[in-house]
Design a protein around this ligand. Structure first.
Ligand SMILES: Cc1cc2nc3c(=O)[nH]c(=O)nc-3n(C[C@H](O)[C@H](O)[C@H](O)COP(=O)(O)OP(=O)(O)OC[C@H]3O[C@@H](n4cnc5c(N)ncnc54)[C@H](O)[C@@H]3O)c2cc1C
Length: 319
């Protein structure tokens, strides 16, 4: 890359999986020096993914070990082997083994240390970007930064989908989206009745994580559970096979987004999560309800019913 009189040569907005991967790629290919790079993220490197794992109790990943923030596909596997942590690579029926969350993040941290990526982090949120004579002016919560390149890796940003009925309740009732930064499953009372709306991997993991004696969990699912080992077909696991197809659509275009959306097995859960859910349903640790348009009345009805059971009532006697 060429010399510039901007504050930085490259600014990456977002220090999640994609932001960190971009940084590793640029640094490893010697395209930039670490002092020419800045990553903006108010939550810290990889912190938003870490938080999501905590929020839904995800201790092992669905994706194979070749998916990580580095560039060498086998780097995570080798990292595990060199440290005697092969037991943190979980077997699977399709593709390579799956890492535990802690192995994934330790490996990512190790890579960040190698390239000094933490030193590029600015604790700031980008609020606006403008084109300024070929450079980019980035407004942030810590002031303005000029950069020759600005790469957006903001994930889904801060927008969560709340159904209409839930939006009305948020201000008055303990209703929240699982990815709200303020949501902490550890603060849920041990004897609460918890309604979880959703039927995919997140809802199933959250429901099974929250089960404990004395707590009633009701899972509201709209449609039958769908089980898929991976998040997309195996073609998408070998990126070289789909690069051409993906790059035939313009970068950041709706067409490219649609291609990815079509390929994803949204709303599915992998077999190991499904088995856990089935066990919990069988043992009546979780109650399953089909999701109506507005599950609130149904939830209050169930909560009333559960609370009216005497403490000694066995779950199977409730019906
Ligand atoms: C239940 C579940 C299971 C999953 N399992 C897997 C798996 O097994 N394997 C896998 O690879 N993936 C998995 N994923 C997907 C994975 O979480 C996402 O693909 C990944 O986190 C996306 O990374 P990202 O960098 O695009 O976005 P994010 O991780 O969301 O990072 C975006 C970052 O941008 C920052 N940001 C946003 N706006 C701004 C701004 N204006 N200024 C500055 N910073 C900003 C945010 O703070 C955040 O840190 C799973 C997801 C879920 C929910």
């Amino acid at each position: 890359m060429t010399e510039t009189n901007t504050d930085t040569l490259v600014t990456i907005v977002g220090g999640g999986v994609h932001g960190v991967h971009l940084a590793v790629r640029l640094l490893q290919a010697d395209l930039i020096d670490v002092c020419e790079l800045q990553i903006l993220d108010p939550t810290g490197l990889l912190e938003s993914f870490r938080r999501k794992c905590r929020q839904c109790g995800m201790v092992e990943f669905r994706s194979p070990f070749v998916h990580h923030v580095g560039t060498d596909p086998f780097s995570l596997r080798d990292f595990a082997r060199e440290r005697g942590r092969e037991d943190e690579l979980r077997s699977t029926t399709v593709g390579a083994e799956r890492p535990t969350a802690s192995l994934f993040f330790d490996h990512a941290e190790w890579l960040c240390d190698q390239y000094g990526i933490e030193s590029t982090l600015l604790d700031a949120r980008a609020t606006d970007i403008k084109n300024n004579q070929g450079n980019v002016e980035i407004e942030t919560t810590q002031g303005c930064i000029s950069s020759q390149w600005c790469l957006l890796a903001v994930g889904h940003g801060r927008s969560f989908t709340y159904p209409e009925w839930a939006r009305e309740l948020v201000s008055t009732e303990p209703v929240t989206h699982v990815w709200e930064p303020t949501f902490d499953p550890n603060t849920i009372d041990e004897t609460s009745t918890v309604g979880i709306v959703g039927g995919g991997i997140t809802a199933a993991q959250l429901a099974t994580m929250l089960t404990q004696p004395g707590r009633d969990i009701v899972l509201f699912a709209r449609s039958p559970f769908r089980v898929e080992t991976l998040e997309a077909s195996t073609d998408w696991m070998h990126f070289s096979g789909i690069t051409e197809k993906l790059h035939s659509r313009p970068p950041a275009s709706r067409a490219r987004e649609e291609l990815v959306a079509e390929a994803r097995y949204d709303g599915t859960m992998p077999p190991y999560v499904f088995r856990r859910l089935q066990r919990a349903l069988k043992q009546e640790q979780i109650e399953l309800e089909s999701l109506s348009k507005n599950p609130v009345d149904r939830f209050y009805h169930i909560r009333g019913r559960l609370h009216s059971c005497s403490p000694s009532t066995k779950p199977k006697d409730r019906e």
